[in-house]
Write a protein that binds this ligand. Sequence first.
Ligand SMILES: Cc1cc2nc3c(=O)[nH]c(=O)nc-3n(C[C@H](O)[C@H](O)[C@H](O)COP(=O)(O)OP(=O)(O)OC[C@H]3O[C@@H](n4cnc5c(N)ncnc54)[C@H](O)[C@@H]3O)c2cc1C
Length: 307
Amino acid sequence: MPVMSFLRKTFLILSENSWLHQFIMSHGFSKNMASRFIAGETLQDAVQVIQMLNKKGMTATFDHLGENVRTEEEALHASEIYFQILEKIQETKISSNVSLKMTEMGLDLNLELARLNLEKILAKAAELNNFIRIDMESSNYTEKTLALFKQVYSSYKNVGVVIQAYLYRSEKDIDDLIQIQARVRLCKGAYSEPPDLAFPKKADVDRNYIKLIKKLLLKGNYPAFATHDPRMIEAVKKTAQENRITPDRFEFQMLYGIRRDLQEQLVQEGYNLRIYVPYGTMWYPYFMRRLAERPANLLFFLKNLAR
Ligand SMILES: Cc1cc2nc3c(=O)[nH]c(=O)nc-3n(C[C@H](O)[C@H](O)[C@H](O)COP(=O)(O)OP(=O)(O)OC[C@H]3O[C@@H](n4cnc5c(N)ncnc54)[C@H](O)[C@@H]3O)c2cc1C
């Protein structure tokens, strides 16, 4: 196995290791270590970051860090936090929508509970004229998440979902979502997946991403291209230009703290750019997935551990 894919797999396995999670969280390294990718631990920290991004001409999507909650109370609490986020966006007039994970809404515990939590958030978002994006988690949840999405989409149109180019099933999923004109965020995919479900080679993931760009740009509804990969970004720009699709009909999305140079460049070129801004104390799995994408970030991580 090539070194990079070995490191990627190792970090992804560690991202689910509860001992390491506890160890890291209990040793108070948090602020320095995570601050490169995470807006802060409080809602106010995230608001300040989004205000700064808005000043630079970027919109945002708010994410409260948390996944795989273990009790129904935790799921309910998470849904209440999303209420606070939506109200805060309204109150501060920042330009931001919201991203959430279904396992934070209780998907591991009770499907009905997760759906109810989601619907309450969608109703609140509709009242405040806001939009909710359902992040996509590992392939254990793809089917359930898409089924839930389609269920709520019949009543709420202020919701979109995420498709991961590394899964073989994604082309068919995109076709289905285009049929109902649902809003899709396309990403490569951040979890460790088996070769019977996902392309093991990065080159194949990239090829599929480019294929899906075309489908979404030509027939989709305001697609979002979530990537920091200059080749994917070029493919979006080129396909849009060749098909006379104006930049107001799609957006790019990037993660807070990653490729700020590219972020600024896209805004200067007149493209819509939304930054994914995570905040909260449960940053460990998110942080480990970022290390998995770029093991060079490990140096930064180790420097902080040494301090
Ligand atoms: C807005 C947004 C939302 C996302 N939502 C989801 C989701 O719901 N579900 C999901 O599975 N995945 C999600 N992802 C993650 C995504 O699937 C990829 O894991 C991640 O974006 C890395 O892929 P890439 O397209 O940037 O390309 P890559 O080929 O991984 O990277 C291209 C270049 O980007 C830079 N880069 C990428 N990652 C990092 C990093 N961690 N640190 C520093 N530089 C980096 C490097 O310069 C690298 O060479 C999301 C990503 C974004 C941007």
